[in-house]
Design a protein. Structure first.
Length: 166
């Protein structure tokens, strides 16, 4: 399965990195993943001290004509910035999962039957697979609670799911 990542996903991953909780970049060496050129542009604009090596990231192309076709077919995507629209276009054209941290984009993805996960959901799956230690995920939950990155109710749900993992 291919993963596409949005800008918020990497910005929030960078927060976890600079707070010495987890560095998930190496995890992506085991996956087929990419970004669109519009996401690349956004990430460069938010330059994070060399956090991502753009030379090693698969750039998934989306032409202007293709974007216009999808905007006509799915007019609701036009409410998003171009970078997020390109993620939707790629996900509608080929099987993949969008890794994100944008509630509006998640809702639109669900409406269009696109598989999508927030950063905490992705990390929780990595805990289930034994890639990320449970203790590290607890540290993430504490950080997200302190920073109020996600609603308390959602954090409780993720904590409960964590507790049932062996």
């Amino acid at each position: 399965m291919k993963f596409l990542t949005d800008t918020c996903f990497w910005l929030h991953s960078f927060e976890l990195f600079i707070n010495k909780i987890i560095d998930i970049r190496s995890v992506f060496n085991d996956f087929q993943w990419g970004i669109t050129s519009e996401i690349r542009t956004e990430l460069i604009n938010f330059e994070n001290k060399g956090f991502l090596n753009y030379d090693n990231i698969n750039i998934v192309p989306v032409s202007n004509d293709e974007l216009l076709r999808f905007q006509k077919k799915h007019p609701t995507i036009s409410h998003f910035d171009i970078a997020d629209q390109t993620l939707i276009v790629v996900a509608l054209r080929e099987p993949c999962i969008i890794l994100m941290d944008d509630g509006g984009l998640l809702m639109e993805s669900q409406a269009l039957q696109i598989k999508a996960l927030f950063l905490p959901q992705f990390l929780l799956n990595l805990v289930k697979e034994g890639v990320v230690p449970k203790n590290t995920y607890y540290q993430c939950l504490r950080y997200w609670q302190i920073t109020k990155s996600y609603p308390k109710k959602q954090l409780k749900i993720w904590k409960a799911k964590l507790q049932i993992i062996n």
